[in-house]
Design a protein around this ligand. Structure first.
Ligand SMILES: Cc1cc2nc3c(=O)[nH]c(=O)nc-3n(C[C@H](O)[C@H](O)[C@H](O)COP(=O)(O)OP(=O)(O)OC[C@H]3O[C@@H](n4cnc5c(N)ncnc54)[C@H](O)[C@@H]3O)c2cc1C
Length: 318
């Protein structure tokens, strides 16, 4: 029986236009599926998750090939990226790990690098890669709704009904929630485990900086600069990350992504700003402090709570 409820504006409503939501919207749009792509925010916007790994790039390449979307392949190849997407991304020739002991200068013997694969990985400047993917989705037919927070959500056997902060009501046959950590569906249906059932515990502080030089010269007996990859300054139950966007001859971006990830059980959140806390850790590790002595944040620091989360279920009706 055809009821009012089974009239749909779209086949699929995707919540969240980050890289996963936009990539799915691109693929579905290319297949002729009608898609609405909804996000509370607007591109370009800051995001972390910048250092790709071979598995990510392989998956993107497979999707590009399977669905006839060479535009996705542009994201995994540095030259194609600079030509077709943006000149703001860095390259990642290796994963670099160096170990630091409190109060001591770093011992170059306690460092290692391992390669990425046959090709370089990338340091994605997410505000540009994500905007590219969003625009690509629209190019392939997705209908964008930016600055539209989802304020109401009903799912029943006939379909999905959404209300947004712009006053719109949207009906779709299926719903995909790509809103990540703040998942609308998990919130609406109480799906998060509390406490999270994952064993790992970490929280993080991060920003983007200028004037962070390569760690190298004094410290690196290896033939390749640590600056050519993602550098992890590791210490007891924590690590700093250094993800340069300026390490690629094709890049015009002077920024470096900088962060500090720590175990909150060992280092509970103190009563100070994220920048102060970062500086307190630098005081413990003189070789890391040396690298950051001229570094200047170009955007506000972010300090998170515990990063891990889990859900009771990830699929359901519609
Ligand atoms: C500190 C940190 C470091 C990381 N580093 C790496 C890394 O080096 N390499 C790596 O591969 N991964 C990394 N990750 C993981 C990576 O960031 C994520 O896997 C990736 O960003 C997920 O993309 P996404 O599209 O699923 O979600 P997101 O990029 O988070 O997008 C979610 C979207 O949902 C929207 N949204 C949220 N709530 C609502 C709402 N109520 N209504 C409408 N829209 C909403 C947001 O505006 C956003 O656009 C890191 C993650 C963290 C936290």
């Amino acid at each position: 029986m055809i009821t009012q409820e089974s009239k749909h504006d779209f086949d699929v409503a995707i919540l969240g236009n980050g890289l996963s939501g936009s990539m799915l919207a691109t693929i579905l749009g290319k297949q002729g599926v009608s898609v609405v792509l909804i996000d509370a925010d607007q591109h370009p916007r800051f995001a972390v998750g910048e250092s790709t790994i071979p598995h990510t790039s392989l998956i993107v390449s497979l999707l590009a090939e399977k669905y006839g979307l060479p535009e996705l392949e542009h994201l995994v190849d540095a030259e194609r990226m600079a030509k077709h997407v943006t000149t703001t991304c860095g390259i990642k020739r290796h994963f670099g790990y160096v170990y630091h002991r409190s109060g001591q200068v770093y011992d170059p013997k306690e460092g290692l690098q391992f390669g990425t694969s046959a090709r370089d990985e990338n340091h994605w400047f997410r505000q540009d890669t994500d905007a590219y993917l969003h625009n690509l989705a629209v190019h392939h037919g997705a209908v964008p709704r930016q600055k539209a927070k989802v304020t109401g959500l009903e799912i029943n056997k006939q379909g999905v009904k959404l209300q947004t902060s712009t006053g719109e009501e949207i009906r779709a046959r299926y719903l995909v929630d790509g809103t990540g950590y703040k998942s609308i569906v998990a919130e609406r249906f109480g799906l998060r485990d509390n406490p999270c059932r994952l064993k790992h515990h970490s929280r993080t502080l991060f920003t983007h900086m200028v004037d962070v030089p390569p760690f190298d010269e004094a410290h690196n007996p290896l033939p390749i600069s640590y600056h050519k990859g993602t550098l992890h300054h590791c210490f007891e139950r924590g690590w700093f990350w250094v993800i340069p966007f300026n390490n690629n001859p094709l890049s015009t971006n002077p920024l470096i992504s900088v962060g500090l990830t720590i175990d909150p059980r060992r280092y509970p959140k103190p009563d100070m700003s994220a920048e102060q806390e970062f500086n307190e850790f630098l005081k413990l590790y003189p070789s890391v402090a040396e690298q950051f002595k001229d570094g200047k944040a170009v955007r506000p620091w972010v300090s998170t709570g515990r990063l891990q989360y889990s859900s009771k279920q990830t699929i359901g009706h519609r």
